[in-house]
Ligand binder design. Structure first.
Ligand SMILES: Cc1ncc(COP(=O)(O)O)c(C=O)c1O
Length: 448
């Protein structure tokens, strides 16, 4: 271990106060009020010595920096995209891509849109349509690739709306909102051939491309001997472009990119980049951030790292299940997803069971997770009712290279204590919310 960070311990009473002040929204907590922070794996990992060394060579030139060259070389070597547009994080790449490609009334199919991709599609006046295979919605299915898209549903969508109104198809690897579940190479190939038949570009939301490659290696026939790098290259070779949040498998604290083959789309995207992010050789990133990502992308593909990463996630899932807390099966790559609908059957979706569970974990032991349920994905209706999300999950995301086994054992103890009192937990209601991405800022209050 290279450097350490102090964890502040809090009392139950302090956490109760903090939760009330944050209005039952864990995004409103101060980080020092959290003991183990599993809110996200995004930008929260530890950097390697090689990344720090690279950062010391950060070239902060406004135009044409050496750091951009290193960044571009890494991205192109791994993804094959000749056009590499740096952005400050994933959602900026999404916003630029959709501004260029998506028009009002379009439909953008995905296996499952992440919240930022959904919001960015809807911001263009288009529909973000999730076409996950049915097994992906069954939290207990052991299907090896629960992130796959339903190819029949894609055909039906294209037949229904017509190819000209489908500006692109998006595949999210791994499928964060659906439990961190992988997409198979076979599924990517099938989607590619449908897109080819209709002349529709295929894009990857590539945040966790290396974890997806590892699952392909473990689970898909024919890939056991392949290196994660080669599997990743094969994935990228099947798409026309990718949005990337380098805060995940870029192993960095900030950063992202839009990678493309089409020079015309890239040129339109660069014009927007200059307007919203910065000059095309730094986008929204500092030179030292470009260096961290240039190195991090390779480290994410290291076999030993990936074996440890995926195994440690599975270990937390085993602790949760041993404590009687239902999880999404099989465990995903970057996170364990607790199945709040099963753990709290007495709380209906309209009372946000996943948020109730997330708050209980915080109160019990200062463990912060995030609701991926009806607060994030429920659809408020004009008459004041809501269409609930398909699943009520609490995501416990594991920051990369950050916590030790004893930290994770502690989380297991907190989960066990909450599981033992699950039937006493009561629902929440929303008292304030924003028109989009409401989960970040919504204020809630207990019903009982
Ligand atoms: C699948 C997926 N897509 C896109 C994003 C957005 O990336 P960023 O947070 O860097 O904007 C995330 C972030 O969590 C994600 O998990």
């Amino acid at each position: 271990m290279h450097s350490v960070e102090q964890i502040d311990f809090s009392t139950l009473e302090e956490r109760q106060h903090a939760l009330e002040r944050a209005r039952y929204n864990l995004f409103g907590l101060k980080a020092h009020e959290v003991i183990i922070d599993l809110l996200t794996d995004s930008g929260t990992g530890a950097l390697s010595t090689r990344q720090w060394a690279g950062m010391m060579q950060g070239d902060e030139s406004y135009a044409g920096s050496r750091s951009y060259e290193r960044f571009r070389e890494s991205v192109t070597a791994i993804t094959g995209f000749p056009e590499v547009i740096p952005t400050h994080q994933g959602r900026a790449a999404e916003s630029i891509l959709f501004s260029v490609k998506v028009r009002r009334g379009d439909v953008v199919p995905s296996n499952t849109h992440f919240d930022t991709t959904r919001a960015n599609v809807e911001h263009q006046g288009a529909e973000a349509r999730d076409l996950l295979i049915p097994e992906g919605r069954d939290t207990q299915s052991e299907h090896p690739f629960k992130g796959n898209m339903d190819v029949g549903a894609l055909e039906e969508t294209i037949a229904e709306v017509g190819a000209p109104r489908v500006p692109l198809v998006m595949m999210t690897v791994t499928n964060n909102s659906g439990g961190g579940q992988p997409v198979s190479m076979e599924n990517l190939r099938e989607i590619r051939s449908i897109c080819d038949r209709h002349g529709i570009p295929l894009m990857l939301d590539a945040c966790r491309f290396a974890e997806n490659a590892w699952f392909i290696k473990q689970r898909e026939p024919g890939y056991a001997e392949a290196a994660p790098l080669d599997i990743a290259r094969e994935m990228f070779a099947l798409v026309d472009g990718a949005t990337m949040s380098a805060k995940k498998d870029g192993m960095s604290n900030i950063g992202g990119f839009l990678g493309l083959h089409d020079p015309e789309v890239a040129s339109a995207a660069r014009n927007l980049l200059i307007l919203t992010e910065g000059f095309p050789t730094y986008g929204g990133m500092a030179g030292y951030d470009l260096e961290a990502v240039a190195q991090g992308l390779w480290e994410a593909l290291d076999e030993d790292y990936l074996r440890y990463r995926i195994r440690s996630t599975a270990y937390l899932a085993e602790l949760a299940e041993a404590a009687g807390m239902a999880t999404v099966r099989p465990p995903g790559g970057h996170a364990v997803y607790l199945d709040a609908a099963r753990v709290l059957p007495h709380i209906p979706p309209g009372q946000y069971p996943a948020q109730v569970l997330a708050c209980a974990l915080y109160l019990q032991g200062g463990v912060r997770g995030v609701e991926i349920g009806s607060i994030m994905f429920g659809k408020p209706q004009p008459d004041g009712t809501e269409i609930p999300a398909a699943m009520e999950l609490v995501r416990l995301a594991i920051p990369r290279r950050t916590y030790t086994q004893s930290h994770i054992d502690y989380v297991g103890e907190v989960i066990a204590a909450v599981a033992a009192q699950a039937d006493q937990l009561a629902g929440l209601r929303i008292v304030e919310q924003a028109p989009w991405l409401r989960h970040f800022t919504a204020a809630l209050a207990p019903l009982a």
